[in-house]
Design a protein around this ligand. Structure first.
Ligand SMILES: Nc1ncnc2c1ncn2[C@@H]1O[C@H](COP(=O)(O)OP(=O)(O)OP(=O)(O)O)[C@@H](O)[C@H]1O
Ligand SMILES: [Mg+2]
Length: 349
């Protein structure tokens, strides 16, 4: 069965059907008794940037590894550019570029050498290799570093080198596993801009994983939210946000925490949910940000309580994630590290 017959392709702007680049149908990955991916289905249209958004251990890398032929599928199927990954892995490998989660370019080699090895591995003819390397280095803005050792690059530059490496054989479909994890906010935005440009100039379809809400929101045409190996929601960022009751989020910080705040906030007109964040700090989903704000101010004044801060925003993907999973997915899930105090003997740093 061909990829296009499994899923009706989404129509593009003028109503014409779009070709399906990736079709995943009831895919399952089991490690012994543990199901890392549980019956997931979705399709990605040609030219889309599609995001798999989920917390650590959700199954994002496992999904990518199956789609890119790195691990076998337990059941179900993945069809990439019309080829079933189980039946035609070599055909799949020829048309995809893969950026794994870990940085894997060789630190002791130059950029040119790292790219050249990959070009050879992918069978790029000798006559085209130098031109391809020149093109991809230019595309990721690393031309002048061509003969530098990879270990002299910053984290953001190394990520860009990995992106260049994934493109050196001119793939049509690009898989990126957490392309900006560990980068500072400025480098992260630079990578987003680069990926957007590459999508257009190289006519690429991209599937990326991320646990950054903002990344999914800004970069992806459509997002699949994955949690505990299951796909819990799928849509454009706007569709996902609209699927959550309450158009606005009011963030309120009371000077003093009392047990009653949550119940009091829930009773206000238009409030659809209240999420306690920390002592005295609540995220309130409401159908009317302005009304709820007024009511919170009046409530605090009538009780003689002080508000430390109050802000109104539109619903975010964070709210979408809470809505579908009952938990939060914070952008930064890294434990804070105390750089000032050295670890005590016997204590893990
Ligand atoms: N080879 C393996 N053997 C057993 N369990 C595995 C194996 N690989 C992954 N898992 C488990 O499958 C689950 C999904 O892992 P996966 O690496 O796909 O998550 P992820 O969403 O990519 O997480 P992260 O954001 O941390 O990269 C985890 O619970 C993980 O421990
Ligand atoms: Mg992963």
């Amino acid at each position: 069965m061909s990829a296009t017959s499994i899923y009706s392709p989404a129509a593009d702007g003028d109503g014409a059907p779009r070709t399906i680049a990736i079709a995943v149908e009831h895919i399952v990955k089991r490690y012994g008794d543990f199901e890392a991916v549980k019956d997931v289905s979705f399709s990605v249209a040609e030219g889309e940037i599609f995001g798999l958004l989920g917390p650590n251990g959700a199954g994002k890398s496992t999904l990518i590894r199956m789609m890119t032929t790195l691990i076998p599928v337990t059941s179900g199927k993945a069809i990439v550019a019309g080829h079933n990954v189980a039946d035609d892995p070599d055909d799949v490998r020829c048309v995809i570029g893969v950026i794994p989660q870990a940085l894997t370019s060789d630190q002791d080699l130059t950029l040119q050498e790292n790219l050249s090895i990959y070009a050879k591995l992918y069978g790029v003819p000798r006559a085209e290799r130098e031109k391809n390397i020149t093109d991809v280095l230019e595309a990721v803005d690393l031309t002048k570093w061509r003969d530098a050792q990879t270990k002299t690059l910053s984290g953001g530059m190394r990520r860009r080198l990995e992106i260049a490496r994934g493109l050196v054989h001119n793939p049509k479909i690009f898989f990126l596993d957490e392309p900006t994890t560990g980068l500072d906010p400025v480098s992260r935005i630079a990578v987003w801009e680069m990926l957007n440009k590459l999508k257009t100039t190289r006519n690429l379809t991209m599937l990326l994983t991320t646990h950054y809400m903002e990344e999914a929101d800004k970069l992806c045409d459509r997002i699949a939210i994955v949690d505990h190996g299951t796909l819990v929601a799928l849509g454009t960022p706007v569709e996902l946000k609209n699927s959550v009751a309450g158009a606005n989020v009011v963030e309120v910080h009371f000077d003093r925490e009392t047990e009653e705040w949550e119940e009091r906030l829930k009773k206000l007109e238009g409030v659809t949910s209240v999420q306690p964040e920390s002592a005295g700090f609540y995220r309130v989903l409401t159908t009317s940000g302005s009304k709820t704000t007024m009511q919170i101010v009046e409530l605090a004044a009538s009780l003689g309580e002080t508000l430390t801060s109050l802000s109104v925003q539109n619903t975010t993907l964070d709210d979408v994630f809470i809505h579908y999973t009952g938990r939060q997915l914070r952008d930064e899930q890294v434990k804070p590290v105390n750089f000032l105090m050295p670890p005590r003997p016997g204590e893990r740093p």
